[in-house]
Write a protein that binds this ligand. Structure first.
Ligand code: 13P
Length: 345
C-alpha cells in the first residue's frame, strides 16, 4: 500500500494556499470552446493552447496540480518536452482525467452515469509511469422533476468509490468529483438538499470500498440556485449554505475540498470561495480551495483566440485569475484585484 505517498501527495496538492487547474477538457469539449472563438479545431491548435498554459511564467506560485486529458498527457512542447515534465519542472503536480464521460442512465430519463471502469487498472498504471500522481473522475447529477433518483445517486457514488480505490492501488490520489449541475430553475435550498444527499452517498460508498480518506480530495459543486431560478442569493448566503452542507457531510479526515466552477464567471467564483474562507476560517477541518477550468481559463482562451501574437497577454490573464483564486483561498481576495486584469483587445 502506498498510503504515506498518497497522504503526502494530497497534502502537497493542498499546501501553500494553492489550488488546482483543470485543463482536462475532452477533445469534443475543447473543440466546442474553440469553435465559439473561431479557433481551428485541430490537434495542433489544442496542443498549442495547452503549451500556452503549461509555460505561463509563475503558474506554479498559485497552482499545485494540473489535470490533463489523455491526449494532452501524451503531447509535448514545441521543444519536445512532455507537458507532464514541463509542469513538474514548474513545481506543478501532473494529474489526469480518467473517466470516459457521462452517458444516459438506462431506464432513468434525464439522468447520467459515468463510464470508464473497464481497463482502468491498466490505464492508471500507464499514467503513473507517464508522471501523473493524481486522477479525476466526474459524476454528474441533474436536479429536475423527480430527479435525482436514489438509484442514480447510488450508482454514481458506487462508481466513484470503485474508481477511487483503483487510483489508490496505483499510487494516484483520487479527485472525487460528484457535480450537481447548475442547469434548471431549482432553488438554493433544493441544491443544498441534493448536494448533501449526493455527498452522504459518496462517503458511504468510499467507506465500503476501503478508500483512504486522508489520501483523496473531494471536488464538489458550490451550493447554488439553478441558473434559471428567479432568486439568486448573495455571495455570503451561498458561502454559508455551501460550507454548512459540507460540515454535515464531509469527514474531517479528508485533507481538502477543491471546487469545480461549473460555468460561474471567474470573478464570482473567486468572490464566493473568498467568502467561505473568510466566514468559516477557524471552523473548517479541511482546506477549501479551487480546481477550476472555465473560471481560470476563459479570459485567457478569449484573448489567445488561436493567435501566436496573443500568447503573452493570454498567459497574463491566466496568471491573474490563478492569483485571484489563490487570494480567495486565503480569504484575501477583493474586487480591487480585478482592476489589474489584462484587458481583452
Ligand atoms: P469547470 O471549473 O469549468 O466546471 O471545470 C471543472 C472540471 O474539472 C469539470 O469536470
Amino acid at each position: 500500500m502506498h498510503a504515506q505517498n498518497l497522504i503526502d501527495t494530497a497534502k502537497t496538492l493542498m499546501a501553500d494556499h494553492k489550488g488546482l487547474l483543470a485543463m482536462d477538457e475532452s477533445d469534443p469539449t475543447c473543440n466546442k470552446r474553440f469553435a465559439k472563438l473561431h479557433i481551428p479545431q485541430t490537434t495542433e491548435a489544442r496542443r498549442a493552447y495547452r503549451e500556452l498554459i503549461v509555460t505561463a511564467q509563475g503558474l506554479g506560485e498559485s497552482i499545485s496540480g494540473a489535470i490533463l486529458f489523455d491526449e494532452t498527457i501524451r503531447q509535448q512542447k514545441k521543444d519536445g518536452t512532455p507537458f507532464a515534465k514541463a509542469l513538474a519542472d514548474a513545481g506543478i503536480i501532473p494529474g489526469i482525467k480518467v473517466d470516459a464521460g457521462a452517458t444516459d442512465m438506462a431506464a432513468h430519463p434525464g439522468e447520467k452515469i459515468t463510464e470508464g471502469l473497464d481497463g482502468l487498472r491498466e490505464r492508471l498504471r500507464e499514467y503513473f509511469q507517464m508522471g501523473a500522481r493524481f486522477a479525476k473522475w466526474r459524476a454528474v447529477i441533474a436536479i429536475g422533476e423527480n430527479i435525482p433518483s436514489r438509484s442514480c445517486l447510488e450508482a454514481n457514488a458506487h462508481t466513484l468509490a470503485r474508481y477511487a480505490a483503483l487510483c489508490q492501488e496505483a499510487g494516484l490520489v483520487p479527485i472525487v468529483e460528484p457535480e450537481v449541475l447548475m442547469d434548471g430553475a431549482h432553488t438554493l435550498e433544493q441544491c443544498r438538499k441534493v448536494t448533501g444527499e449526493t455527498l452522504r452517498n459518496v462517503f458511504i460508498q468510499l467507506d465500503c470500498q476501503r478508500v483512504l480518506l486522508e489520501g483523496m480530495i473531494l471536488k464538489p459543486n458550490m451550493v447554488l440556485p439553478g441558473l434559471d431560478c428567479p432568486t439568486q442569493e448573495s455571495v455570503d448566503e451561498v458561502a454559508d449554505a455551501t460550507v454548512n452542507c459540507f460540515l454535515r457531510t464531509v469527514p474531517a479526515a479528508v485533507p481538502g475540498i477543491a471546487f469545480l466552477s461549473g460555468g460561474q464567471p471567474g470573478e464570482l467564483a473567486s468572490a464566493r470561495l473568498n467568502a467561505m474562507n473568510v466566514r468559516f476560517k477557524s471552523r473548517m477541518p479541511w482546506a477549501l480551495t479551487f480546481s477550476f477550468s472555465r473560471a481560470i481559463q476563459q479570459p485567457a482562451l478569449e484573448i489567445w483566440s488561436g493567435k501566436d501574437a496573443n500568447v503573452l497577454p493570454a498567459q497574463k490573464a491566466l496568471i491573474h485569475r490563478a492569483k485571484c483564486d489563490r487570494a480567495a483561498r486565503r480569504g484575501e481576495y477583493t474586487s480591487a484585484m480585478e482592476s489589474c486584469a489584462p484587458a481583452k483587445s
